[in-house]
Design a protein around this ligand. Sequence first.
Ligand SMILES: [Zn+2]
Length: 413
Amino acid sequence: MFIYKLDSQISNSFKAQAKIAKEAPYYQKLLKDIDPEDINDATTLTRIPFTDSRKLAENPYSFVPPLSQDKIEIVCSTTGYSGNPKYVFFTRRDLADQRRQAKFLLGALIRKKDKAIWGGVLGPQMGGTYIVNACAGLCPSLPISAYRISEIMSLLKKLDFNVLGLPFPFLLKLRQECENNNIDPKSFGLEKIIAGGLPLSARTEKTIEESFGAKVYDVYAMSEVGIIALKGECQKGYHLLSSNFVLPEIINKDNKTARQGELVLTYFNREGTQIIRYKTGDLVNLVNEDCFCKVNTPKIKLLGRSDDLLLIGYTNLLWDERLDAAIMGSGVKDYRVEVTRDKNGYDALTFYSLGKTNKENLVAAIKNINDDLHRQINNGLVKLGIVNVDKFKPALIGVKNKKVFDRRHKEES
Ligand SMILES: [Zn+2]
């Protein structure tokens, strides 16, 4: 069920982290029967229960050791979790570590002579910020809001950047903006594009590479834990952080193949919010292939989100009771949603609604629950369609009130 090596270095890191975590009220309860000194092998480790984003959202303060509270530098809030943001606390040392970890992975791709422009979704979300800061330590880097697409376009035209960092939906937007202005994106002379926010399928990645004439490297990060992995130069998967920073585990309920399952992470050396055996909700495959990359850590392939947790555009969206109630409250009798990718590469949500649905009400309900998703719909980064039907087509009848059907990976693989 699990895959990891628990050598003495890792078990020592784990012991040290578990000791710190035990000071935090949440883990005090969770680890009450476990002495961190006993965590020497896989069996003891597996006695530690899993934690997930719902628990973190319920009481974020309980994840922070009281002694760390006066050292907190930054509180990061994520809007992705529908209705219930997760608050994550970082001390100065934690932030320095985040940058160091991002630099460790990016260092394999970015050279001193590179010049980078980084369009980030700035504000409370932090995922991209670590990476921008890390890049600034590797080569001259200019950060800018990802929403300022026309400005990014004209900067790319005027100055000679060869690296562009931009969340995936904004890359599509930039390509569209170039098309509207009769500009060939190849004329920017870009060599490397660091994308993020959403696992790219091989097909979409290829179309982006072709239109920009540059290689795409995707970052896999989560706001609450930071950077996790980066697609390597080998293009054979995402290289994980080294075992100095993180312990990855892969769990699989069916135990069909042990190398494939949900990714679970433990972060080491953390002072603020403790991340111990944290379920990411991401399905991955641990690939065992040799490669020539400078970063020589294990590689994973991203297979999608598990259960009802979806990554749409760059938003983590949990399709839970609140979102469901808001949609039902907007006048819909019943609905199903299909998530697909349109021909231009944008994520598309199609609502199949029983009876008549008013698009304005639906959009207002989404805004009420998830402002981020609403903003993406408004900006055309996520397409929204409504189809009124008398009954659902068979493909939309699932098990146990399943309402959301993610077809993106099937279509594109
Ligand atoms: Zn590699």
